[in-house]
Design a protein around this ligand. Sequence first.
Ligand code: SAM
Length: 282
Amino acid sequence: MTLDTDWFSEPLASEGVAFSLRVTSKLHEERTPWQYIEVYETAHWGRLLVIDGCVMLTGRDNFLYHEMMAHPALATHPAPRDVLVIGGGDCGTLREVLRHESVTRAVQVDIDEAVTRAAERFFPELTAGNDDPRVTLRFEDGVAYLRQAPAASFDVVIIDSTDPVGHAAGLFGAPFLSDVRRVLRSPGVLVQQSESPLLHAESVIRPLHGALAEAGFAARATLHFPVPSYPSGWWSATLGLLGLEPEAYRTVTLPELRYYSAAMHQAALTPPAFCGTLFRPD
Ligand code: SAM
C-alpha cells in the first residue's frame, strides 16, 4: 500500500494537539462492520495498530498500558481465578492476565473479530497465549454478553475498550457497570481504562466514578501511568471494588514485567494534587 506521507498523525482538534509517528509502510487496512483498522510499520516505535484514526498500541510502549490494565486489578484480588476481559481484541491485556498462575479461566469478549485476527498476524507477541486452554475468545458486543452472563461468575472484570464513543459508549455507563457488578463475586475487582487524567478528568473520569458509585462500587480508585502514544502521553484506569479496599493489594512479582511492581502500584494509586479526591473518593 502506498503512503501519502511518511508520518501517521492522530490530531486531537479540541485540544489543539497531535501525536505523530514516522511510518515506513502500511501493512494492513480493513473496514469492518464496526470500525476501520490500520496497521503500520514505524521507523522507531515498532508496529502501530490504529482503529478509527486513534492509536491503539505501538510495539514500543504497549507494555505500559497492558501491564497496568492487568496487574493492579489482579494484585488487588486475593485469589483471582475467573477473569473476564471486555474489548481488548489485540490480546495484550489477556497476555498479562495469563501470567498469573491463579487464573484458571480467562474469557475475552470483543465486538470485532478482525482486531484479534490482525493482532495474530501483525502482533504475534501479544497473541501467543491465545491457545492456552484457560482462554475462551468470544466475538460479540460486551454489553449484550454481560446482560446474559450468570451472576457471580467472575473474580475480575477488565474493560479494555476503545474511547467512549460509538459502540464503546455503552461500556462506560451505570447500566453496563451494574451488569459487571452482577457478574462479579465478592470479593471482586473491576478495572476500566479511563482515558487521560490531563484531558479527560471531567469528561470521562468523574462521570465514571459517578456511574461506578451508582452501580454499587463503594470503593474506587483511579490509577495513572504513562502511555506516550496516547493523547497527552498520560493515561488512567479506574478500579471498582467489591469487598476490598484499594490499598489492600498483594505484592505480585512475575518474570519479564517491564513496568509494573508493587512500588509502581503504590505510585499509580497516589493521586496527583490536582486530581485529589476525584481519583480517591472517601
Ligand atoms: N486500550 C486501547 C486504547 O484505549 O486505545 C484499546 C484496546 S482494544 C484494541 C479496544 C477494543 O475494544 C477494540 O478491539 C474494539 O473492537 C473493542 N470494543 C469496542 N466496543 C466494544 C463493545 N461494545 N463490546 C466489546 N468490545 C468492544
